[in-house]
Design a protein around this ligand. Structure first.
Ligand code: OGA
Ligand code: NI
Length: 339
């Protein structure tokens, strides 16, 4: 618990050599200076085409006019910040280094990811649908936290499912293609808190990575921090009021046999500003068998990925050294061949 970055007195911050050396990475500059923005209030046909084009080109885009009321997004951002402002004593019960616990608070400064540590504290929660008593192990303060998070997650999951339906229509497959086991596990929330960092040149909040789930919706907060890989460079994602950032997880890449790609992203820190961002992950059930769907396989397009249970994918992927992704060459096809 004393390892949580946001609770440490600044002279005790773990700024040692095990923290990632950022100089090894290209800075965030790109000829393209922002992600495509999809206005979901446009005609269904326009939205369909917009997300497919943005998805194929970038694997990442922003959505506005998605139907989640402004106050729901604001309350979510506020309550998450309030949680991180609680005293250490008031949230110590949430702290755990057990990776198998679905609901816990932990810090990137305590464990190594591919031999490195990162400048992120995280409250991770699992949200079943229907919720039932699934929030039992969530924090009990701030008092409104459970209600606010449950409401936000329900609506955000709804936007994610709507986007999957629009994508299916755009790709010419059944509109309910992504319903069922492939999307119906508990939604996982990463409530990421990046405290100000004394030396942002030397650390990252999160290393370059691809999400392993089906699709992710990010409430990016009001402070810049997210970079998205694009043609060997990084696009800075400047926050846009009311927008959600959407990206494809690796399972969507596998199912579509590589038509849609899961793209690397990373988080940089700031020396002056704390940042809180919430990633909502729509997940397959552990038993779900995922491989290239027959609709995406043809004689001239053989399957590029193996078919594995999601549980096994998660286990196997964990042992692949993340370091290999730092040069923006994560290639799921090759990763799958090697293991
Ligand atoms: C993640 C992630 C981005 C952010 O949690 O997987 O990429 O801005 N988060 O916190
Ligand atoms: Ni991510």
């Amino acid at each position: 618990m004393e390892n949580m970055l946001h609770l440490a007195p600044s002279q005790a911050l773990p700024m040692d050599r095990s923290i990632f050396l950022r100089e090894q990475l290209p800075p965030a500059i790109s000829a393209v200076d922002s992600l495509p923005v999809i206005d979901m209030s446009r005609s269904r046909d326009e939205v369909r085409r917009g997300i497919l084009d943005a998805g194929v080109e970038f694997g990442f885009f922003m959505v506005v006019n998605h139907g989640i009321p402004e106050e729901v997004m604001r309350d979510m951002a506020e309550v998450c910040e309030e949680f991180f402002q609680l005293s250490a004593a008031d949230k110590a019960y949430m702290y755990s280094e057990d990776r198998h616990k679905p609901n816990r608070m932990f810090s990137g400064a305590t464990y190594e990811t591919g031999g490195e540590k990162y400048w992120r504290d995280c409250l991770r929660l699992a949200c079943p649908f229907p919720v039932g008593d699934g929030t039992r192990d969530w924090p009990h303060t701030p008092q409104r936290l459970r209600g606010v998070i449950e409401h936000f997650t329900t609506l955000t999951r709804g936007v994610g499912m709507e986007l999957l339906q629009l994508l299916s229509e755009a790709m010419g497959i059944r509109p309910d293609y992504f319903e069922g086991d492939i999307s119906s596990s508990d939604v996982v929330l990463n409530i990421n808190h990046y405290p100000p960092c004394p030396n942002p040149e030397k650390t990252l909040g999160l290393p370059p990575h691809c999400d392993r789930n089906l699709i992710t919706l990010l409430l990016p907060g009001s402070v810049y921090g997210l970079d998205v890989a694009y043609k060997g460079e990084w696009i800075k994602v400047e926050p846009m009021p009311g927008a959600l950032v959407v990206n494809f997880g690796q399972q969507l890449e596998v199912v579509t046999n590589g038509l849609l790609k899961s793209i690397e992203h990373r988080v940089v820190t700031s020396s002056t500003l704390a940042r809180t961002a919430v990633a909502t992950f729509i997940m397959p059930t552990p038993d779900c068998l995922i491989g290239p769907a027959k609709e995406f396989v043809a004689e001239d397009r053989p399957p590029c990925y193996r078919t594995v249970r999601f549980r096994d994918f998660m286990r196997i992927y964990n042992v692949v050294k993340l370091g290999s992704s730092v040069n923006l060459t994560t290639d799921l096809k090759n990763v799958q061949k090697e293991i």
